[in-house]
Design a protein around this ligand. Structure first.
Ligand SMILES: Nc1ncnc2c1ncn2[C@@H]1O[C@H](COP(=O)(O)OP(=O)(O)OP(=O)(O)O)[C@@H](O)[C@H]1O
Length: 234
């Protein structure tokens, strides 16, 4: 589905990612973990086409994305749900969802996905006419993920979905990620909640100062002494 090979990217010539390679197969949940400021968000943004590459390549379903702008990547099935959610707080829940679906021509698919959102999170259905900004942090995150689904992605990239979410809703967020995968959508996940992320991930990559320093199955990384000491405080 996705092959990222030796990518580099910088902000005003200061490197943020120096050498990141990763792969994701159809139907997988892959986690990118690591401490703050190590380049996880920049990696997702580079894959989405929001940050330019200084080197390396990104291939989606066998097609090189180097000359494909961000909005066309969405049409090809690659969708990013950014850190901090970026909803339209004054628009209603329903309007936010509709905006997520503007690249989808098929009204049945739009309707079906909206129904999935309302069935999965009844609160979104109950408050469909309410401004998105009035939802709690966790509810807004659910709305942001559902808005991402409205573009009918093959690969959904989630940047810190548990950020700013009350603990009781965090479990729900991770369950939802698994439900989304059951819809046949692959997931690339960046998370500060490393334990939870590796628990649901088929595979994971550890990024440090802009480089992949370790990779393995979610279970192997969770059991790895270095990972446990550095990130899980064990
Ligand atoms: N808009 C920006 N302008 C300048 N530098 C940036 C910008 N965004 C990120 N950086 C820098 O790039 C590096 C990687 O940041 P990035 O946000 O990708 O890391 P991260 O691992 O996702 O961390 P976090 O979890 O804190 O977001 C950091 O040194 C950061 O300060």
């Amino acid at each position: 589905m996705l092959e990222v090979r030796n990518i580099q990217s910088s902000y005003r010539r200061v490197p943020a990612i120096r050498d990141v390679s990763l792969t994701l197969k159809q139907g997988e949940i892959v986690a990118i973990v690591g401490g703050n400021g190590n380049g996880k968000s920049t990696t997702l943004r580079a894959i989405a086409g929001l940050n330019a590459l200084d080197g390396g390549s990104i291939t989606l379903k066998g097609q090189n994305l180097s000359s494909v702008p961000a909005h066309d990547r969405v049409k090809r099935g690659l969708v990013l749900v950014p850190e901090g959610r970026r909803l339209f707080p004054r628009l209603t829940v329903e309007q936010n969802l509709m905006l997520g679906g503007f690249t989808t021509n098929d009204p049945h698919k739009r309707q079906e996905t909206m129904q999935f959102a309302y069935d999965t999170f009844t609160v979104l259905g109950e408050r469909r006419k309410q401004q998105a900004g009035t939802l709690s942090g966790g509810e807004q995150q659910m709305l942001a993920m559902c808005r991402g689904l409205m573009s009918q992605p093959d690969l959904l990239m989630l940047d810190e979905p548990s950020w700013g979410v009350a603990p009781k809703l965090v479990t729900r967020i991770f369950e939802t990620i698994q439900q989304i995968r059951q819809r046949g959508i692959s997931i690339l996940l960046v998370e500060q909640n490393i334990h939870r992320a590796l628990e649901i991930a088929d595979r994971g990559y550890v990024i440090q100062t802009g480089r992949v320093v370790m990779e393995g199955s979610g279970a192997d990384l969770l059991g790895n002494d270095e990972v446990r000491q550095a990130y899980l405080g064990m």
